[in-house]
Write a new protein. Structure first.
Length: 389
């Protein structure tokens, strides 16, 4: 790349924003990368709003060159001002939001933790307000889920809201309705559920669902969007995991999340689908890519995550909707302020565990008790779960 013209005007690329989280960051929603900034870098990037030339901004030339090469900054021969609103967010930061826009669904999966589908939807007005507040709080990634989000009666209006949203927009779908929605879909990433090869997948999701889900995943990839795959390990897909891994990689999925079933929701009626912690851990070892359920800094899981449900409740994650933080009418900020982060040191079963730093205390819901260890993660790290005190 030739040397940039110092008289050209510099601004942050459209897919990039500044965030004041625990540290200042530059966030690239296209790649989902967070770049930590020092104070000097932050102050310089705050000036990159299209109203000053590269020379006036005074960015260190090598840094500017790298940012331009990575597509994080853009140059124009004429001014092209952009607004910048940058306030400090809450602590801990709320970075990831699962937004269950509807509880309608076109499937009745045997493992659904929400149980039976319901005609309950968040209104478009409410979705707009939640997205606005989440962005103002410094949010990074919104995951539109359900139910099946494409079943929302005003899906097209919600999709239109996403167009100008400077966050990573992820659609979590079973794929059955995706063909009609993909054209014009304002999402950076689509996550398709694939719960095995044909037998394992259809054991949970019903006849003829597998080929449609695979075709949807392929269509996402062909559309140029990021594809991720979510899988539930269960008793009837364990033998398919090697073949499924091949398929997921062939499809070009950037992330593959594998979860272990918790016997809640409709899965409570199907105990035959349960797997042992060892089997779950073995299956989950194949997963790859980013994670947003994690903790950090000595805190347990879900430190930066919340769920807003179709009935307006906000909770620390989808498994805790029966213990909500509040309702969206109160505002996300007010609800999030009630979130009590859990210190790993306070977990009786985990505090002395030598794997605690890596494991982070596992999934608190799967631990089946506020202080217990998570048996699946104990199996993953070769630890014996401690008996209850
Ligand atoms: S309880 Fe489990 S599902 Fe909820 S945030 Fe923690 S790891 Fe994720
Ligand atoms: S391996 Fe088990 S005991 Fe150790 S931190 Fe993880 S859940 Fe806790």
């Amino acid at each position: 790349m030739s040397a940039p013209n110092p008289d050209h005007y510099l601004r942050l690329a459209g897919h990039v924003c500044l965030r004041l989280l625990e540290e200042p960051f530059l966030y690239d929603r296209r790649s989902d990368e967070l770049y930590e900034l020092n104070e000097e870098g932050l102050e310089a990037l705050k000036k990159c709003r299209g109203h000053l030339t590269m020379e006036q901004v005074g960015l260190e030339p090598e840094f500017a060159q790298v940012c331009l090469e990575e597509g994080l900054l853009e140059l124009s021969p004429a001014p092209w001002p952009m607004p910048l609103t940058l306030g400090p967010g809450p602590s801990p930061s709320l970075r990831y939001l699962e937004l269950q826009i509807t509880w309608r669904c076109n499937l009745a999966c045997a493992h659904c933790y929400l149980g039976a589908a319901q005609k309950v939807d968040l209104s478009v007005k409410r979705v707009a307000a939640v997205l606005r507040e989440f962005e103002a709080m410094g949010g990074l990634r919104v995951m539109l889920s359900g139910g099946e989000p494409l079943m929302h009666p005003q899906w097209n209006e919600i999709n239109a809201l996403l167009a100008a949203l400077p966050l990573r927009r992820v659609l979590l779908s079973n794929g059955l309705l995706l063909e009609d929605a993909l054209d014009g879909l304002n999402c950076d990433e689509v996550q398709i559920s694939l719960d095995g090869l044909e037998t394992g997948h259809e054991r949970l999701r019903g006849k003829s669902s597998f080929a449609k889900a695979v075709a949807a995943a392929q269509a996402v990839k062909d559309s140029g969007r990021n594809l991720s795959i979510a899988t539930m390990a269960h008793a009837d897909n364990l033998g398919e995991m090697a073949g499924l891994e091949e398929l997921v990689r062939d499809l070009g999925a950037g992330e593959w999340g594998i979860d272990a079933p918790c016997l809640t929701g409709r899965l409570g009626e199907h105990p035959e689908l349960a797997v042992t912690p060892q089997q779950a851990a073995q299956a989950m070892a194949r997963a790859y890519g980013g994670a947003f359920h994690g903790g950090g800094g000595g805190m347990a899981c879900g430190l930066h995550l919340a769920t807003v449900a179709a009935d307006g409740k906000m909770a620390q994650c989808g498994f805790y909707l029966d213990q909500p933080l509040g309702r969206v009418e109160e505002g996300l900020w007010a609800c999030w302020a009630r979130r009590k982060a859990v210190k790993i040191d306070e977990l009786a079963g985990c505090r002395d565990c030598e794997a605690a730093d890596d494991c982070g205390g596992g999934c608190r819901f799967r631990a089946h008790g506020p202080l217990e260890p998570d048996p699946v993660m104990c199996a993953a790290y070769g630890m014996e779960p401690k008996e209850k005190a």
